[in-house]
Design a protein around this ligand. Structure first.
Ligand SMILES: *[C@@H]1O[C@H](CO)[C@@H](O)[C@H](O)[C@H]1NC(C)=O
Ligand SMILES: *[C@@H]1O[C@H](CO)[C@@H](O)[C@H](O)[C@H]1NC(C)=O
Ligand SMILES: *[C@@H]1O[C@H](CO)[C@@H](O)[C@H](O)[C@H]1NC(C)=O
Ligand SMILES: *[C@@H]1O[C@H](CO)[C@@H](O)[C@H](O)[C@H]1NC(C)=O
Length: 530
């Protein structure tokens, strides 16, 4: 008979800060100290990540670049990435007169976004890139002209600090950014609100006009998007010879959201190509003023307010380095794809595992539930589990070092053979983010495996206990990962509707900090200000 002394591995031990003889209660594996981490990394695999660690935040940043959904869900951007718009790309610019702009201007990637500008007269100019355009991309909802953080990263570049006082001075911001970027040969900047946009510093340089069209005016029947007292809608005259209704103003706005939604998830806005070798992140853990500023704040309130002058100078220096050295070094690793592979592998499986371990799942009893969860865990760990990876003694939790090789294989799947020497310092940071994010996923799965390894031989009470511990592990892991893929409209929206997260300029009924998605129809696209 097997010993029945099996204890549930106490959750406290694995989540709370505890000191071990080595004096290293956490894995910090921070950024550029990756090499040291690889050596001692997996023997003490059960150590939780340092609570100040930002690997998962950098990972999410990389995984979400140029996708609307993650950058709407977490509005305050933390990455700045050199980018290119290739030759031949068509962009759109909407305005109320028929002049081709000779000052810095905003361009849309999809017609629908440019058509929202102008009511009684709407001109849309389409232009095409004659050469690759050299740009800088600010992630997050960086075109949301609001005070609480989305514009901080660009303001730190433009003005050397966040300027919430300038939140409406977007034309001034654009001019300052263009002046700053000119010595680096930058043609403009990529940002996002409910859709992506590109701010072009000199339209005559690198772009040619394809069409300049005087399009149908819009029928304003509801409110127009304007803060303060409601202005009278302008009179709209259909052109001579027209019959029937004009395009509706509200519907035009709704369609701009629809077009933004085409770029919700990977591959996102494909007309911009990123240079990961030059990715700057304000989640770099060595920017200590921001580590401090984030204490006690939930992720939607992470911002760059509180960055010190020293850290600002370091970011400026790094960005200058990146913009002057980008062609000469770095790998051709597609970090966006590597991050995506991790998310594809685990997003659905973790969600399903959490469900199987939750009270919501219906099973005849805890034994059956534990059996099902165990088989799901085995699916997830099977690629890393060899025939010798079994405990030398029971209970399996007595000494968990038998799982160290499994955790190591699982955590380094994507990164073990990428030579750090061929990476730029910016890529080394992404490398560490991928490896440490995977490491935490694998650590939690292995801790569950310790619990579930022998659960089929246990009684119902023990199975129920193991299920509860397992559920907490998966729940904590999923909150740590914070993947926006798990934020969905359920049930799915009807045809003609879109799943909507509060995005600037907000709609009626939005709470900018309640990121519960909802289905909206064209008639729900009523501006917040009304
Ligand atoms: C504008 O919309 C209203 C309400 O739908 C409609 O009655 C009217 O005919 C429309 N006018 C034009 C010119 O589209
Ligand atoms: C996390 O950072 C804060 C602010 O710098 C610091 O006070 C705290 O000790 C850090 N926590 C750990 C576990 O290092
Ligand atoms: C269980 O159901 C409740 C109520 O419907 C829901 O809020 C919760 O998210 C569900 N939990 C899981 C893990 O599916
Ligand atoms: C756990 O097992 C490993 C490998 O067998 C051994 O090196 C280590 O000393 C054991 N730890 C304890 C606390 O017994």
């Amino acid at each position: 008979m097997r010993c029945k002394l099996h204890r549930v591995f106490p959750l406290l031990l694995v989540t709370a800060a505890f000191s071990l003889p080595s004096g290293r209660p956490y894995h910090n594996g921070d950024g550029l100290h990756q090499a040291a981490f690889q050596v001692q990394g997996f023997l003490e695999w059960e150590f939780p990540p340092d609570p100040n660690s930002t690997h998962h935040l950098i990972f999410n940043g990389v995984n979400g670049l140029l996708q609307r959904w993650p950058n709407t869900f977490r509005r305050n951007g933390h990455s700045i990435v050199p980018a290119t718009i290739p030759t031949g790309t068509v962009l759109y610019h909407g305005r109320t007169d028929n002049r081709v702009p000779d000052v810095p201007e905003w361009f849309a990637f999809d017609f629908e976004h440019s058509y929202v500008f102008g009511i009684s007269s709407c001109y849309v100019i389409s232009v095409q890139a004659k050469r690759p355009l050299r740009l800088l991309y600010f992630d997050g909802s960086s075109a949301a002209t609001m005070k609480d953080g989305p514009m901080d990263s660009q303001d730190i570049i433009a003005w050397g600090k966040p300027r919430p006082d300038k939140y409406t001075s977007d034309r001034e911001r654009l001019k300052v950014l263009c002046d700053w970027g000119r010595p680096f040969g930058l043609d403009g900047f990529v940002r996002m609100e409910f859709h992506f946009e590109v701010m072009i510093c000199d339209v005559a340089d690198g772009l040619e006009v394809v069409t300049l069209l005087d399009l149908m005016p819009k029928n304003v029947t509801g409110p127009i998007n304007h803060p303060g007292p409601r202005p009278a809608p302008p009179p709209v005259y259909p052109p001579p010879g027209w019959r029937g209704s004009l395009p509706g103003y509200g519907r035009t706005r709704f369609e701009a959201y629809v077009a933004g939604g085409w770029h919700n998830l990977a591959p996102g806005e494909t007309r911009v190509q990123l240079d990961y070798t030059g990715l700057i992140t304000f989640y770099d853990p060595t920017l200590s003023s921001l580590v401090e500023a984030r204490q006690g704040k939930d992720r939607s309130h992470h911002s760059l307010e509180g960055i010190s002058a020293v850290d600002t100078a370091r970011v400026h220096a790094e960005l200058q380095y990146v913009l002057t050295h980008e062609q000469t070094s770095g790998s051709s690793v597609d970090w966006g794809s590597i991050a995506r592979v991790v998310v594809e592998r685990y997003a659905d499986r973790l969600e399903y595992l959490r469900f199987l371990l939750s009270p919501n799942a219906t099973f005849t009893d805890a034994t059956e539930q534990a059996f099902t969860a165990r088989s799901q865990l085995l699916v997830m760990l099977a690629p890393y589990m060899t025939t010798v990876d079994v405990p030398q003694q029971l209970p399996a939790s007595a000494n968990v070092s038998w799982l160290a090789p499994v955790v190591r294989r699982c955590a380094t799947t994507q990164t073990s053979r990428i030579p750090l020497g061929m990476l730029t310092p910016q890529e080394v940071r992404i490398h560490a983010a991928v490896e440490n994010t995977l490491r935490e996923i694998c650590r939690r799965l292995a801790l569950l495996w310790v619990q579930f390894f022998d659960v089929e031989g246990e009684n119902k009470a023990m199975a129920a206990e193991v299920i509860e511990v397992g559920h907490r592990h998966v729940d904590e892991l999923m909150s740590w990962l914070d993947w926006s893929l798990w934020v969905r409209c359920e049930p799915a929206c009807d045809l003609g509707e879109i799943c909507y997260l509060p995005s600037w300029p907000f709609l009626k009924g939005d709470d900018p900090y309640d990121m519960t998605p909802r289905c909206i129809a064209p008639e729900d696209a009523v501006p917040y200000y009304m």
